[in-house]
Write a protein that binds this ligand. Sequence first.
Ligand code: NAD
Length: 292
Amino acid sequence: MLILDGNKLSTIIRKEISDKVRTFCKTDIRPPHLAAVLIGENPASQAYVRNKIKACEEVGFASTLIKKPESTTEEEVIKIINKLNLDKEIDGFIVQLPLPRHIDEMKVNLAINPEKDVDGFHPNNFGRMALGIPAFHPATPSGIMMLLDRYKINTDGKNCVVLGRSNIVGTPISILMSKKTTPGNATVTIAHSRTSNLKEICANADIIIAALGIPNFVKSDMVKNNAVIIDVGINKIDDHDSSKKYRLVGDVDFENVKHKVSAITPVPGGVGPMTITALLDNTWKAYSKTIK
Ligand code: NAD
């Protein structure tokens, strides 16, 4: 059984990005610059943004954090976005989700200049991705594709079951896995909360990509021998033995599933770090204007 180590692979890819920055920015050319907009005090969002900013520093990118209180209005957020859209020093930016309830996420998303949309959530990028033309791909699916690619996991002609149909993970990864690409070329089934006979569907899968947000949902008896398991879930569960009183687990019952499979991502240390690496990669692409 192979552990698909997102930490190890991220270190390698981030080193490649930092080498490119060092080579390209030898003279007085400014480095790539990512901005992050954080509204409110959600602790998980604060941690995610902190990790993104830290990753920027590691690879030599400039970064800007725009932090505003929970009470910020939709109009104010759109103003911030308009300013970032016009700022020539900023190559790409993200608006950390979820936003407070009084702010319409889709309106915010639509306000972002697609050429700076390094999260790949704008319909321009999403549509381009679906059509298979150059685009920013959402970071988590893009990180999964990098992981499959670098670990040389054969996806061609395989049955791939995606658990979850969210706009940020399930739907885009199902599109990417079905494209005529490598990795890709898979026969994809998208399962969701209304899917019946899920156990049978999963038992037939060569590849399972679990993105439900339900701790340890995928059990050993749902998994075929030698399947490849990509666990996207990040769930906090109580752990009284830990100093933090909680620990993170995925959507897959890792301890019982790992003996049966050919490859599996751990949680933490699998898809999570790859998501940030994919965001850095998108920012590099925005900077080097490779996107047409
Ligand atoms: P979401 O809540 O938006 O979507 C969950 C999906 O699961 C829905 O489409 C729903 O239909 C489906 N679902 C729910 N119950 C189901 C069931 N019993 N059977 C089949 N499908 C079911 O979640 P999301 O934003 O896609 O995130 C999913 C998980 O991935 C969460 O744990 C989240 O924290 C994690 N996540 C991790 C990363 C990362 O970088 N590793 C990034 C994004 C999300």
